[in-house]
Design a protein around this ligand. Structure first.
Ligand code: PGA
Length: 260
């Protein structure tokens, strides 16, 4: 796992560089896109590059990580809509090439299996963007999630519902209790995972992810078993990392031929 301690602005550029390289290698690359506040800078940077003619996602495909259960289609808080507004609207990807789990499906179990099938049919995810919850979740895999889990229905923790109440006019009662989320086993099949974390509220989760014991108590720790994870974080999120100086030295002395 590579840990890069930098600014949020530089992190967004580095994440966009990873995506741009994947597109250069294969214009039809499959991107894994995340919601929440954290990846917004990456989408803005991708949009800037597309507008400047430096990058095109015209042939790319994308999969969202998760979705609330029970929000009607088109609800501005639904993650399908957030991805449409924050990512698709800024770049030139085909809207139909961007899929999200269906949290409004009548048969949620069948919808989860269908989502897994679609990811597999696309050849798997080349670059997966991730945020991290203050309770250590990735996507909506809350503490206690099976490290081998696949796309399924989960119940959100009280902490996550409180963290996300800001998207529901601070009305906790309006935040759904359930979600559909890619499992940890699903996410682990992405070929390169780029996790972003900013702010003091993420410091303990980031410490556990990078330096803690692998455990369902902190679901993000499963990433220690992944061969290619890049963590891009700011100083505040890095404030509890025990080996922060080593990570800084490693990045400062990275061989020039070695990309993220
Ligand atoms: P945030 O959410 O980017 O809004 O902090 C991250 C997450 O819950 O995964």
């Amino acid at each position: 796992m590579e840990v890069v301690i930098t600014t949020a602005g530089r992190a967004a550029q580095l994440a966009a560089d990873v995506i741009a390289r994947a597109i250069t290698r294969n214009a039809r690359a499959v991107l894994g896109v995340a919601t929440g506040s954290t990846p917004l800078g990456v989408y803005t940077e991708l949009g800037r590059r597309v507008s400047a003619g430096e990058l095109s996602l015209r042939e790319a495909r994308a999969f969202a990580l998760d979705e609330y259960v029970g929000l009607p289609a088109g609800d501005p808080r639904s993650y399908r809509q957030v991805i449409a507004d924050e990512f698709v609207a800024q770049v030139d990807i085909e809207p139909d090439a961007v899929l999200a789990p269906d949290g409004a499906a009548h048969d949620l179990v069948a919808a989860c299996a269908d989502y897994e099938r679609r990811i597999a049919e696309a050849g798997g995810v080349d670059v997966q963007l991730l945020g991290i919850g203050s309770d250590g979740h990735i996507a909506f895999n809350e503490p206690g999630s099976s490290l081998a889990s696949r796309t399924r229905v989960k119940t959100l923790t009280d902490q996550t519902r409180r963290d996300n109440a800001r998207f529901f006019d601070d009305d906790l009662a309006a935040v759904p209790w359930h979600c559909v989320t890619q499992g940890l086993g699903t996410i682990m099949e992405a070929r390169h995972i780029v996790l972003l974390a900013f702010g003091e509220a993420k410091a303990e989760a980031l410490h556990q992810l990078v330096e803690g014991a692998v455990s369902a108590r902190w679901p993000a720790t499963v990433l220690q078993h992944h061969p290619h994870v890049t963590v891009l974080c700011d100083e505040a999120a890095a404030s509890r990392l025990e080996l922060a100086d080593y990570y800084r030295e490693t990045f400062a002395n990275k061989p020039v031929w070695q990309s993220l």
